[in-house]
Design a protein. Structure first.
Length: 489
């Protein structure tokens, strides 16, 4: 490695180790370590948040000075570098400019201006002023200068900013502009207090209304605006050049298709992040050979339909089909591709029982039970069609010495109080909580449990809306409801 070139790039061209590494084809760590060993690189000390903010703002001011004076593509170059305004050689180094700013009265609410535009940016020709004063001074350097809205009063013609500094002025900038727009004479608008202004009649403003109508009838040069937009100009810059408001230029360009509409805020949409993760996982297992489950989907020829290649279409379908947190995407026909007609949102237990890939057994069951000539784990026996109880109930029965076949096949002693775990409906068998999360269920868990206790069929208890089914209204009340009614009397 040519370390002389590396040191020259770092000191003269102000390139950091990452930029030098990209240019020479080495790692940033190698460049940084070599500069440190040769004494050409010194790590910057950690700065407090206040000092870091101050340094960042000063760097942007220093960068803008370079762009105005030396970059011919900058939009302010004609007003500075094009007029011969130069930047002194001492300020080529940012650290030198930073030291001058610290000793010349810099604050976060101030910016740099020139005392004499013919002398350029030098330490003796620059000073720090407020933003409002800098804007007023900047107008003098622009070509052509923007309109300063001169006001003639008391036999003098001055800009509005000059009248605001006059001792006779008793209003603010906004109040003066409002009074002049309402048609008050300049002398009255400048010197009258609010109480004195109420004592005189409010003038009519026919000229202002006529100017407004003429401005409404006048149309911008839309071909010129479109040409400037294609060159990369912003709507604000086009509006300043053509003499219209930025909102009107922006709206006109949107109507004519020259400017693209602003993107919709994705994060404001419901469940956007969750649906996006589902879509990414779907693409990985169908299109990415390096994905761990690709061999069960894309490796077997499972594909994604053309419509779902765009996330917007998939998101619209997901929200229309009732997506909720906790649901999984499952195919109805396992040999067909992922498409709107072949997919549905189901619970995790339903997806695991009907998965197209073999379930990976992570570990052996802790306890096994021999019954009906089979050996299974406790959780596996509770999923068996012959079992109607939960795992705690089965363990309690086994500890009491009940034979395995009887402990498994005996019905729950108190249905509805925790012993009832499964519900058989629509050819499926799931927990009560799982049925309450199913998209076919119209009621909550407590209402569904109450309906089952009343003896209502499982399918009707799941699908009937609250207080709408004749069967539900005519069903006898359960034990819990009779106990509540007795307690009230």
């Amino acid at each position: 490695m040519d370390w002389d070139e590396v040191i020259a790039r770092h000191r003269e061209q102000h390139q950091d180790p990452a930029q030098i590494a990209r240019a020479l084809g080495f790692s940033p760590a190698t460049i940084r370590q070599g500069l440190v060993e040769r004494g050409a690189y010194r790590r910057r000390p950690l700065l407090s948040p206040a000092l870091l903010k101050r340094r960042q703002r000063l760097y942007m001011i220093w960068h803008r000075m370079h762009k105005r004076c030396r970059d011919s593509s900058d939009h302010q170059y004609p007003n500075f570098g094009g007029k011969g305004v130069e930047l002194c050689a001492a300020w080529d180094d940012f650290e030198t400019f930073l030291g001058w700013a610290a000793t010349s009265g810099y604050r976060l609410d101030r910016t740099i201006v020139l005392d004499d535009i013919t002398k350029g940016f030098t330490p003796k020709n620059c000073r720090w002023v407020t933003t409002r004063t800098a804007q007023a001074l900047m107008r003098r350097h622009c070509d052509p200068p923007p309109a300063l809205h001169p006001i003639t009063a008391f036999g003098e013609t001055r800009a509005k900013e000059a009248w605001l500094r006059d001792p006779r002025c008793v209003v603010s900038a906004g109040g003066l502009s409002k009074r002049l727009a309402n048609g008050y004479p300049p002398e009255i608008a400048i010197t009258y207090s609010p109480e004195q202004l109420k004592a005189i009649p409010k003038p009519r403003k026919p000229r202002a209304a006529r100017r407004l109508q003429i401005a409404k009838r006048r149309e911008p040069d839309w071909p010129e605006a479109a040409r400037l937009r294609r060159r990369g100009w912003s709507s604000d810059r086009i509006a300043r050049k053509l003499g219209f408001s930025a909102a009107r230029i922006r709206g006109g360009l949107l109507e004519r298709g020259v400017k693209a509409p602003p993107p919709e805020r994705r994060m404001a949409r419901p469940h956007w992040r969750l649906v996006y993760k589902k879509w990414i996982m779907l693409r990985n297992r169908c299109n990415n050979p390096e994905f761990k489950n690709y061999k069960y989907y894309g490796g077997k020829g499972v594909k994604i339909c053309r419509e779902w290649r765009r996330f917007e279409k998939f998101y619209q379908w997901a929200m229309a089909r009732g997506f909720r947190p906790g649901l999984c995407l499952s195919r109805i026909h396992k040999k067909r591709a992922y498409s709107p007609a072949n997919c549905a949102w189901v619970t995790r237990s339903h997806a695991s029982r009907h998965a197209s890939r073999p379930l990976k057994v992570t570990r052996k069951p802790r306890w096994t039970l021999d019954a009906f000539g089979e050996t299974k784990g406790i959780a596996a026996w509770t999923r068996d069609p012959r079992c109607h109880i939960a795992v705690p109930t089965l363990l309690r029965r086994l500890r009491q010495g009940i034979p395995p076949e009887e402990a498994i096949s005996a019905p729950p002693a108190h249905p509805g109080k925790g012993g009832e775990v499964f519900i058989d409906a629509f050819g499926e068998r799931m927990y009560l909580a799982e049925w309450s999360r199913d998209r076919r269920c119209k009621v909550s868990v407590s209402v569904l449990r109450d309906r089952i206790l009343r003896g209502v069929r499982a399918e009707e208890a799941i699908t009937a809306p609250p207080y709408r089914s004749p069967t539900l209204l005519n069903a006898p009340p359960g034990k819990q409801r009779r106990r509540r009614s007795r307690s009230r009397h």
